[in-house]
Structures are given as structure tokens and as C-alpha cells.
Design a protein around this ligand. Structure first.
Ligand SMILES: *[C@@H]1O[C@H](CO)[C@@H](O)[C@H](O)[C@H]1NC(C)=O
Length: 278
């Protein structure tokens, strides 16, 4: 969906990914959809063979993601890989001769979001690469009409399990922001539940818009609210008078009709009489 162009942009960025020694590593920002695989790129600009070298991937400077040491990866010789990444992270053995230490994280979760470093601690000079990974979980807002009060109609918008944290907004059919209460936000370890309520006083189409700027994603749910305008007392009087007039009018019509019937039945015998006289 909307996430796709961003992912494609990342793919384009990946192909040119190398980093030089010395000046600080450039940060590559990547966005993937929850459940997709993420390839974290890391290649030496020298393209030197790293089959017999050591490289180490960490997240946020501490969590052990992946380690390669001259053919050995995590196992009994190198304990310490974080539980979160066990059996989910792989390197590309056939790319090692070309200085490529990229890894793939399978079936990403929102908790995989973070800053990843790819490190060659034993190389002279030492090389490091930095990649910011954002795993996006998009959720369509769920809209309900809670109740009708004297002040108007109370609308509720709920988004559950979205990441990164979305901004919610109520809008009318003209796209104008409708003032709302403060959102209720629950952080469930990187994914968010948000509730946003508003009271509307006019008949209109209203939409709840969820925006996740970091992953260029926006989605909305629309609902139609009909608010009946209370009848004014003069309205009732006018309606009453009109009803009385209508009844009178109908009565008059019926009476006329009956009269004309009488005239006809009186005329028929007359004709007979006239016939007889001829
Ligand atoms: C990466 O690090 C930067 C700077 O510390 C921080 O603002 C950002 O939120 C981090 N990214 C993720 C996905 O955690």
C-alpha cells in the first residue's frame, strides 16, 4: 500500500551503500512493514574479502543481533545473541568475498525498530555502519457513534497496535479539523493504542484520520452523522392550521361530490318522464 514507495526508495539507497573510514558513518533510514523481511545493508567500500574477518551487528549499541567470526556465527562458540533475534537473522555467505556484511531480519516485528550498527572492530582503521530501522504497523481507525447528548453527538475513534505512534485527527467533510478532547494513549512496548473523542453538532460526514509521518502513511475512516433540528413551536402551529384547512377542504369537496350525485339521480327519472310524454 502506501508503504511501498518508501520501501522502494530504501532499495535504491541500499544498492549504493558503502561507508568510508574516518568521518562518522552516514545513517541509512529504512522502513519496512511489520511481517516483512528487512535487509540491513553493510558493505566495505574497499570490497575486500571478509570471509576470514569478524563483523558484529548490534541494536541501539547493546543488543547482540548477529556476529560473524571467520565462518563462525552464533552458537556454542559465540553465545550472547539476544533472544529476540535467535533464528531470525541471517547473513549472505556468497557475498562475503566482496566485502558485503549485510544481514536479513526475517518476519520483522515493531519491537525490531531501532538503530543498528555493523561493526568491524578488528579492521584497521575500524569501520562501522549505521542503519535506522523503522518497522511500521498501520491500522485503520475504528469509528463509533457513542451517544447523542444535548450538546451534540459524541464520536469515538480508536486505533490499536499502530507503530510508529500515529497522530489522530477528526475532520469534517470540508477537511477542516474538528476540535477534540485530549487523546488517550497507551504504549504497548512500541506499538500504540489511541482513543480520540469529539462532540459534533452539525449533520455532516466526519472522518478520523490517522497519520504516521515517519513512514509516510495516512488512513481514515468516515462516518455520517445526522443531527435532527428540533421543531419550533410556531412550526407546529403552522402545521396544525394547515392540517385543519386540509380537512375542511376535503370535507367541502366530498359535500360537493355528494350534491352532484343527488342532482344526477333526480335528473334520470325526469328523463323517463319526458320519454313517457312523447
Ligand atoms: C535512532 O537514534 C536516534 C537518535 O538517538 C533516535 O532519535 C531515533 O528514535 C532512533 N531510532 C529508532 C527507530 O529507535
Amino acid at each position: 500500500m502506501e508503504l511501498l514507495p518508501v520501501v522502494c526508495l530504501c532499495l535504491l539507497t541500499w544498492s549504493g551503500t558503502t561507508f568510508a573510514a574516518g568521518n562518522g558513518p552516514d545513517v541509512i533510514k529504512m522502513v519496512v512493514k511489520e511481517g516483512d523481511d528487512a535487509i540491513l545493508p553493510c558493505s566495505l567500500s574497499t570490497r575486500e574479502n571478509i570471509v576470514q574477518k569478524l563483523f558484529d551487528w548490534k541494536r541501539d549499541g547493546q543488543k547482540e543481533v548477529f556476529l560473524y567470526d571467520a565462518g563462525v556465527t552464533y552458537g556454542k562458540d559465540h553465545p550472547g545473541q539476544d533472544e529476540q533475534f535467535k533464528q531470525r537473522v541471517f547473513h549472505f555467505p556468497d557475498q562475503l568475498p566482496f566485502g558485503d556484511a549485510s544481514i536479513v531480519i526475517r518476519n520483522t516485528k515493531v519491537t525490531d525498530s531501532g538503530n543498528y550498527t555493523c561493526d568491524f572492530p578488528r579492521l584497521q582503521p575500524r569501520r562501522r555502519g549505521l542503519i535506522e530501522l523503522v518497522v511500521g504497523a498501520t491500522r485503520k481507525p475504528y469509528v463509533t457513534i457513542l451517544e447523542q447528548t444535548q450538546d451534540g453527538v459524541l464520536l469515538q475513534c480508536v486505533v490499536k497496535g499502530a507503530s510508529p505512534k500515529p497522530q489522530l485527527q477528526w475532520q469534517d467533510s470540508g477537511g477542516n479539523m474538528v476540535p477534540a478532547k485530549d487523546p488517550q494513549v497507551t504504549d504497548r512496548g512500541g506499538s500504540y493504542d489511541i482513543i480520540l473523542q469529539t462532540t459534533v453538532t452539525k449533520t455532516d460526514h466526519y472522518r478520523c484520520v490517522a497519520t504516521q509521518e515517519e513512514i509516510h502513511h495516512q488512513v481514515y475512516t468516515e462516518t455520517y452523522v445526522y443531527i435532527s433540528v428540533p421543531e419550533s413551536p410556531t412550526g407546529w402551529i403552522v402545521a396544525g392550521v394547515l392540517a385543519v384547512l386540509l380537512v375542511v377542504f376535503v370535507l367541502v369537496l366530498v359535500k360537493n361530490k355528494l350534491n352532484s350525485h343527488k342532482g344526477q339521480s333526480a335528473g334520470s327519472p325526469g328523463r323517463t318522464i319526458r320519454g313517457r310524454t312523447i
